[in-house]
Design a protein around this ligand. Structure first.
Ligand code: SAH
Ligand code: SF4
Ligand code: F3S
Length: 470
């Protein structure tokens, strides 16, 4: 089979890097260190993209500012998943008129998933004249070219057209954390769940070549990274476009075989593509963390079908059984949508009963938010808002109780965890291998090391304990 995915030629990335140097020379004509502020919204995929945008910015000579005030360049990497996310971005973009008034040279850029929506681009054009550059996620690799166009033409630049997604290797990366790293293994999504904007704004599914992924993980392991998360909207369809006969379980084995002491996490798994092969591989790979994020979205098979999810409630529950039979200690987390158009009260009760049956360690609950251009936007939606909100609150409350109960089981036990920082209260923060947050009494010298923690207390959101010496 021919490889369908468009790969950006290395010479093209080299050209982008040369443009970074040109921008640096241009910026050097004005005195002082140039500062960039990068503000990231949305999912880990966007976090990972921002690290590459920072890589380019560093190459252009920018240092990083923790705030937009006084920054020479502001870059908002946006999310379009729900109305609320978009409103926050518009609010923050609006507020930038003030910072730009105080600092007229400021260059304001907006990229990410919102930028790929025509109505957003139109609104930015008409109502936000202080925004200089807008580009969609598929054009991230061209950021140096686009910024140079803006700086030299004196005109606003909008690169928001629907271009086919590609895979670009060799973009520099400035990572935000010294222990944890994101590694995108694929981009885009082919699933077109009827509520979801992602396939429209991120384009079709495309996988990075295994050798590129493995080289990146090897480098991270050698640099001492201890917690590596493989990213994709549906990691279980990794490799399908490559025509190499490789799949995600194979990739996990290859990553697991890389020398070094690090944990492997991944997200997201789609229930329609996850199964025994994945669970067996997770169980057999000692570096793969005992945690799975397996979004169920609804407990009703009828709603799942209307969502175009490709599995039933029964199939989902059988997956959970299979998984727990192989990895009894698995930490299981999920996403759910309340108030999908046409969801009846009875169907919502099936979601309640599913969380009762599965007992997730943590659950991300979302109220349905209509997204422009998706099929669900046009579906009849008779349930009153108040009823949806009441359902949402009930679900949240019950899940909080379950999370609390599940956390109590840790009390009295000793768990390995990676210490990753210090909170404002002076306590250390850490994560168990299963990804549970732990607040620890201990020496700040422990940051960046694995420690055994004795858990003395637990709340809904976190565990509390002490470092066990020796
Ligand atoms: N690719 C991942 C999900 C990415 S989006 C997957 O398929 O699991 C993260 C979560 O946002 C989704 O799991 C879903 O629960 C929620 N979500 C997506 N679109 C939404 C919408 N229009 N309204 C409310 N929640 C939504
Ligand atoms: Fe959206 Fe569905 Fe793709 Fe996830 S799998 S990104 S929910 S379309
Ligand atoms: Fe948001 Fe785009 Fe991620 S819409 S959730 S940032 S893929």
């Amino acid at each position: 089979m021919l490889r369908q995915t468009l790969t950006i030629a290395p010479a093209e990335i080299a050209r982008q890097l040369a443009l970074c140097d040109q921008i640096r020379a241009l910026l050097d004509q004005r005195p002082g260190q140039k500062l960039a502020y990068v503000d990231t919204y949305g999912c880990q995929q966007n976090e990972a993209d921002s690290e590459r945008l920072r890589g380019y910015l560093a190459r252009m000579g920018y240092a990083f500012s923790p705030t937009e005030e006084g920054a020479d360049l502001v870059l908002l990497n946006t999310c379009a998943i729900r109305e609320h996310a978009e409103q926050r971005v518009f609010g923050n973009v609006g507020a930038l008129t003030h910072t730009k008034r105080r600092h007229p040279e400021q260059v304001i850029c907006l990229c990410g998933c919102m930028a790929r929506q025509d109505h957003v681009a139109q609104r930015l054009r008409q109502s936000f004249p202080h925004v200089d550059l807008v580009f969609g996620p598929q054009l991230l690799w061209q950021f140096p070219q686009l910024l140079l166009d803006r700086l030299t033409s004196g005109k606003r630049v909008f690169a928001t057209e629907d271009v086919p997604g590609a895979v670009a290797e060799g973009i520099p990366v400035v990572r935000q954390n010294r222990q944890k790293a994101w590694v995108s293994i694929m981009y885009g999504c082919n699933n077109f769940c009827t509520y979801c904007i992602v396939p429209y704004v991120r384009g079709r599914e495309r996988s990075r070549r295994p050798e590129d992924i493995l080289a990146e993980v090897r480098e991270l392991a050698q640099a001492g990274y201890q917690d590596i998360t493989l990213l994709g909207q549906n990691v279980n369809s990794y490799g399908k476009d490559l025509g190499l006969g490789v799949d995600f379980a194979w990739l996990l084995e290859q990553v697991n075989a890389i020398p070094g002491e690090f944990l492997i996490r991944f997200m997201t798994s789609h229930p329609k593509d996850a199964g025994a092969r994945l669970f067996d591989t997770m169980a057999a790979c000692e570096k793969v963390a005992p945690v799975l994020h397996l979004p169920f979205q609804s407990g009703s098979s009828r709603v799942l079908q209307a969502m175009h999810r490709g599995y039933t409630r029964e199939h989902y529950l059988s997956l959970v059984d299979e998984l727990r039979a192989r990895i009894p200690e698995i930490v299981l987390t999920s996403d759910v949508i309340v108030g999908f158009p046409g969801e009846t009260q009875e169907e919502f009760e099936q979601t309640m009963s599913l969380i009762e049956t599965v007992r997730y360690d943590a659950l991300f609950t979302f109220l349905f938010s209509p997204r422009r251009g998706t099929p669900a936007e046009r579906m009849p939606d008779p349930m009153p808002k108040e009823q949806k909100s009441a359902n949402f609150q009930r679900l949240l409350q019950r899940q909080n109780e379950i999370s609390w109960e599940k956390h109590q089981r840790y009390v009295g036990g000793i768990y390995r965890c990676l210490v990753d920082g210090q909170g404002t209260d002076g306590r250390l923060t850490a994560r168990t291998d299963g990804g549970r947050l732990v607040h620890l009494a201990g020496d700040p010298g422990c940051i960046g090391t694995w420690q055994n923690a004795r858990i003395t207390e637990a709340s809904t959101w976190a565990l509390f304990g002490d470092v066990v010496e020796g």
